[in-house]
Design a protein around this ligand. Structure first.
Ligand code: FAD
Length: 303
């Protein structure tokens, strides 16, 4: 049974994220998509494919696959997108850290050979064991990737956005100027880092609109199924968990109760984002289907 709010998009309209978002906007229904990452071992890979198969059943509009900064896990990312792309519109992430123009061209070519025509152009961060990787590489910013991809390839390019301000940036306004430069260079959609309040997303959208950013900004939403993991990821990304939520998550030693509190919060946030006009939700699946499905259903994007 398909959710009455969301029919799958006709194949000819599902060839790019821009087309998907346009079709969804025209039918006043938000997009639904999932992020996956290349796992370390075979057990992780089995989990990924099982999650992918289950998540496909709710007709996501697209999926994305992360790419290790500095090219780590690169072959795994390719192997994963090669298998996903024939089944669903797939975005390949791409990072600048440690990359040359030539290596970037090769990666885009490989994505295209795998049927991936949409990329998420990111700077990435220097890995802990190679702190000078960005410095040593030829490319320094995501903007350079956007320019290269758009100037030399006919591919769709999306970029990152940061509701809680990029950790190295002085302000949301500075980030908005950078996003505007990326838009001018040809980026056509943005996806956000994880964040925890609808106000943060609204501030991001308003600030960017005031700086002439017109591309859709899709919120990235992390289901809070494992409080400890999410707290750690929030710390890594510089996103602040509201004190009231943190206190509630830490008020219990019972993992089932903590999961209930976290998922209830995530579903409320998803609903608030859609009510505030977000074009869709990009759910960080963490290669697990249960929480991603619960969140999709909780916000009415899956039955
Ligand atoms: P940039 O746009 O290069 O920005 C980095 C910093 O430099 C910012 O502070 C920005 O304000 C500043 N800056 C950039 N250009 C200019 C300019 N022209 N003038 C002045 N200041 C400038 N990382 C991975 O390694 N692999 C992934 O697959 C991955 N996927 C992600 C997916 C999403 C949705 C998001 C939000 C992040 C992802 N990241 C990933 C993390 C990302 O690479 C890091 O957050 C990185 O620190 C910033 O990337 P960026 O593309 O925003 O970089």
């Amino acid at each position: 049974m398909t959710d009455p709010r969301r029919e799958p998009i006709a194949a000819q309209k599902a060839s790019s994220v821009a087309n998907v978002l346009q079709a969804r906007a025209a039918s006043s229904s938000p997009s639904l998509s999932f992020e996956f990452f290349p796992p370390k071992d075979d057990a992780g890979l089995d989990r990924l494919w099982s999650a992918f198969d289950r998540l496909l059943e709710v007709n996501p509009d697209f999926v994305s696959v992360t790419y290790g900064a500095g090219g780590s896990n690169r072959e795994k990312s390719f192997a994963i997108v090669e298998r996903m792309a024939p089944k669903v519109l797939t975005i390949g992430h791409l990072t600048a850290v440690g990359a040359t123009r030539e290596s970037t061209r090769e990666i885009i070519q490989r994505y295209r050979s795998a049927g991936v025509n949409s990329i998420l152009a990111l700077r990435g961060d220097s890995p802990k064991d190679q702190p000078d990787a960005l410095e040593r590489g030829e490319l320094k910013t995501a903007l350079e990737l956007v320019t290269l991809a758009r100037d030399e390839f006919d591919c769709e390019v999306g970029v990152a956005a940061f509701p809680e301000v990029h950790p190295e940036s002085p302000s949301l306004e500075h980030d908005a100027n950078v996003l505007r430069l990326k838009q001018d260079a040809g980026a056509t959609f943005a996806m956000t880092q994880l964040f925890f309040t609808v106000e943060a997303y609204q501030r991001l959208v308003q600030t960017n609109q005031a700086h002439g950013v017109t591309m859709p900004i899709i919120p990235g939403l992390m289901p809070i199924a494992n409080a400890k993991n999410v707290i750690r990821m929030a710390e890594l990304s510089g996103a602040a968990i509201p004190q009231s939520l943190l206190a509630r998550l830490e008020s219990t030693d019972d993992e089932t109760e903590a999961r209930r509190i976290g998922m209830e919060y995530s579903i409320q946030l998803g609903n608030d984002l859609l009510s505030s006009g977000a074009p869709g939700l990009h759910i960080f699946s963490l290669n697990h289907d249960a929480a991603a499905l619960e969140l999709s259903r909780g916000v009415g994007l899956a039955s």
